[in-house]
Every structure is written in C-alpha cells, then in structure tokens.
Design a protein around this ligand. Structure first.
Ligand SMILES: *Cc1c(COP(=O)(O)O)cnc(C)c1O
Length: 295
C-alpha cells in the first residue's frame, strides 16, 4: 500500500515593483495547491508517517495540536482519504472554529485537554490508548524523521536551481528536510521562524540533517510570537494578495514573505539573484483571524 497521490505544486514567478527595482527574480512553489485541506508541507510531512503506521499494522492515527492547527486538519483529512480512523488531542478548553469543524467533518474524534496535561503527549496517548493496539502516535506538528524525509522530496521537483530558498518554520522539521534535499546544490537556505526565540530551529535542523548545512536563520520576523500579528504584517499581507493574486496568511507564509521582501528592500541579495519561496499552505489559519483584517 502506497500512501501517495499525484500532486500539483507548480513554481510561479512573482511580479512586484520592488523586485524589479532590486533586479531580483522571485518565484513561489505552490505547495498550497497540493490539496484543499492537506495543504503544503503537512502532506509532505504525513506521507511517510502514514506508511510507517500502515507497516506497523496501525489503523488509527492519534495526534495533537492547538485549536487552529493545520497539522490536526491535515491528519483528519489524510486519515479519511486513506482509510484510517483519527483522534486529535486539542490543547485548551473546548471551543468550536472552522478548523475544528473541518476536522470533525473528516471524522476526527476530538479530545480537549487542559494545557498542563497537554504537555506530556506520550502520557495522554498511554492514558487513552494503552489498550488500542491499532492506535499510532503522531507527534504535534507531525515532527519526525519520516516528516523530514517527505519534505526533502520537494527539491527534486524544482525546474531550476535557485540562488536562495525561503521557508517558514514552526518546529523546523520542514526546514531540515529541505536542507537535506539541498545538500549538493549551491542554493542558500533561509529559515524564517514564526515563533519568538527561533534560535531553537538550529537544534531541530541538527537533529535531522546529517551533513553540516549552511543557512541563514532570520529570527527577527516573529511579530511578537506564534500566531501574533501587527498592523504592519496585516497590511503587507493585504497588499501582497492584491498585487499577486496569491493568498498568504499571518501565521506562517505571511511572515516568511515579509522577511523576503524586507531583506530585498535592505539589499540583502545580489542583483540578478533568483529566490524561491515555499508556499507551505495553511490558508485555513486565515479564517481564524478575519477580525484583524478590518475588511
Ligand atoms: C506547519 C506549517 C509550517 C511549519 O512547518 P514545520 O515543519 O513545523 O517547521 C509552515 N507553514 C505552514 C503553512 C504550516 O502549516
């Protein structure tokens, strides 16, 4: 059994006066187009995890996330698509929102747990599923060696070699996978952590990358922390969507794209450089933040 489907993730050029002025060619890899809800890196991260679950004879995916987690939703949809049951432990008190609605629509059983209990995920799994020999533990955000392996495959799909490559980082697993894929290419990788204190991404990269990769870690684009925004970030996102017709959101891709444009403005790249940004998906995150856009 192979957990795979033919994916569509084209590379498109982004046109913008600032990029013309700085003589930069900027492209975006549309991983957001892979699937409407198993979007972007979340599909790449799950692919080999599903295979590992299946090989171990497991039929029930159990995972963890916040109430707006793209990973929870991707797991729910992938479970439905490939014939698994799914359970999601959700951090915090019971709430309802668009993400959790779509999780339930795909048949995911949701268990809300307080923040204290949420910390020990293995203990939660053991408490609820010690007697379920079909249950398979998937860590929060899907972080694992299988996930990094799935993400590394993105590089082989690229139509050309770029001078720079940008990706938003939560756990850093996607970044690690991409760095593995880039090992023999002259592309400089740029990691943009969306959490405050993004230095920890370096540890995540060390865990999954066996060679000694060269990359830039831009830790100053968190805008106050995970899922935090500022009016400046929101204005940037609004203008970007209007200028390009490509939707980005405030939690991940908005911060990554802001970093790219800000560095371009500050002449961080040589004129003539080619830059690829990975659109890691996650558009449902936008629906939880409508009130910040004042439209
Ligand atoms: C989860 C997610 C990321 C971060 O991926 P990590 O592997 O955890 O670093 C980036 N972008 C989007 C849209 C995501 O949903």
């Amino acid at each position: 059994m192979i957990f795979d489907f033919e994916i569509y993730s084209p590379v498109q050029q982004i046109k913008h006066p600032l990029l013309d002025e700085k003589q930069l060619k900027v492209f975006i890899k549309r991983d957001d187009m892979i699937h409407p809800v198993i979007s972007g890196n979340k599909w790449r991260k799950l692919k080999y995890t599903l295979e590992a679950a299946y090989s171990a004879g497991k039929t029930h995916l159990v995972t963890f996330g916040g109430a707006y987690s793209n990973h929870l939703l991707a797991t729910a949809a992938a479970a439905a698509k490939f014939g698994f049951k799914s359970t999601g432990f959700v951090r915090g008190e019971e709430v309802s929102n668009d993400t959790l609605f779509l999780c339930k629509l795909h048949g995911m059983h949701l268990i809300f747990v307080d923040r204290e209990s949420y910390r020990d995920k293995q203990a939660l799994f053991n408490t609820y599923f010690a007697n379920d020999s079909f249950a398979y533990f998937i860590n929060e955000g899907g972080a694992s060696a299988e996930a990094a392996r799935g993400c590394s495959e993105l590089i082989a799909e690229l139509p050309q070699v770029y001078d720079h490559l940008f990706c938003a980082c939560g756990t850093g697993t996607t970044a690690a996978g991409i760095l593995n894929g880039l090992q023999h290419l002259p592309t400089l990788f740029h990691a943009v952590p969306v959490l405050k204190g993004g230095e920890f991404i370096a540890d995540e990269i060390k865990q999954y990358v066996k060679h000694n990769p060269i990359y830039e870690l831009h830790i100053q684009y968190h805008f106050g922390g995970y899922a935090k925004t500022t009016p400046e970030l929101i204005d940037f996102i609004k203008a970007f969507v209007i200028d390009t017709g490509i939707i980005i959101e405030p939690v991940y891709t908005g911060k990554m794209m802001y970093a790219l444009f800000d560095l371009a403005r500050k002449n961080h790249f040589k004129p003539g450089s080619s830059i690829l940004a990975i659109h890691t998906g996650g558009l449902f995150g936008l629906l939880g933040m409508k009130e910040k856009f004042l439209l």
